[in-house]
Ligand binder design. Structure first.
Ligand code: PGA
Length: 229
């Protein structure tokens, strides 16, 4: 059985109250779903900075099988960088960080160079890096722990890539980067997740919209893991 990484990306969504409600719902879903095979699986939830502290407390208290992630990190260490949150601060609350999401590349003009700086800051502090690329030709900095292949046209559109094409691109990313864990993102749902997971090179998925609802996210995980290995 392969090791599976499922990373939910909440993007810029949810207040503290909404996040608490999500966790309560998730907790109920878990108790109703004893068949989920947690062995060989890492579930990461990448949430806004403002939610990390509360979510860490709640996840610890309820002993939920979720790792936390941030969705960005400063390219600098601590210091006079107004508005930035640095890797050392994130490490207090989370294990993972998403770097290079296409929404950041596009809306915040993040370049390969700045993304490489962010990666090295994250690695200096021991964060695991989930690095997003839109194709198999975009640069992947050394040291990243997992790569997410996310074609821009598939993000938030309801039109996912075909599992066969995702398999091919991911195979190519693996051969070029030597990163062992490469996942697919872009309109992943509880209904299509199994088709991606049955592809041999695909190690997991990065759902955005489908992670916002605890019930949907838990069915997605169930469907991802109930495929024959
Ligand atoms: P989506 O987002 O699942 O809503 O398409 C995926 C992502 O942007 O990470």
């Amino acid at each position: 059985m392969k090791n599976v990484l499922i990373a939910g990306n909440w993007k810029s969504n949810k207040t503290t109250l909404e996040a608490k409600q999500w966790l309560q719902e998730w907790n109920i879903q878990l108790s109703n779903n004893p068949i989920i095979q947690w062995k060989n699986m890492t579930v990461v939830l990448c949430v806004p900075y403002t939610l990390l502290y509360m979510m860490k407390q709640e996840i610890d208290r309820l002993k939920l099988p979720i790792d936390l992630g941030a969705q960005d990190v400063s390219p600098f260490a601590q210091g006079a960088y107004t508005g930035e949150v640095n890797a050392r601060q994130i490490k207090e609350l989370a294990q993972w960080v998403i770097i290079g999401h296409s929404e950041r590349r596009k809306n915040f003009h993040e370049t390969d160079e700045v993304l490489a700086q962010k990666t090295s800051q994250a690695k200096l502090e021991g964060l695991s890096v989930l690095y997003c690329v839109p194709d198999d030709i975009t640069l992947v900095p050394a040291g990243v722990d997992a790569v997410a292949y996310e074609p821009v046209w598939a993000i938030g559109t309801g039109k996912s890539d075909s599992p066969q094409n995702a398999q091919q691109v991911i195979q190519s990313i693996k051969s070029k980067t030597h990163v062992f864990c490469v996942i697919y993102g872009g309109s992943v749902t509880p209904d299509n997740v199994a088709a991606f997971m049955t592809q041999p090179a695909i190690d997991g998925v990065l759902p955005g919209g489908a992670s916002l609802d605890a019930q949907k996210f838990s069915s997605l995980i169930e469907n991802a893991t109930s495929i024959p290995s």
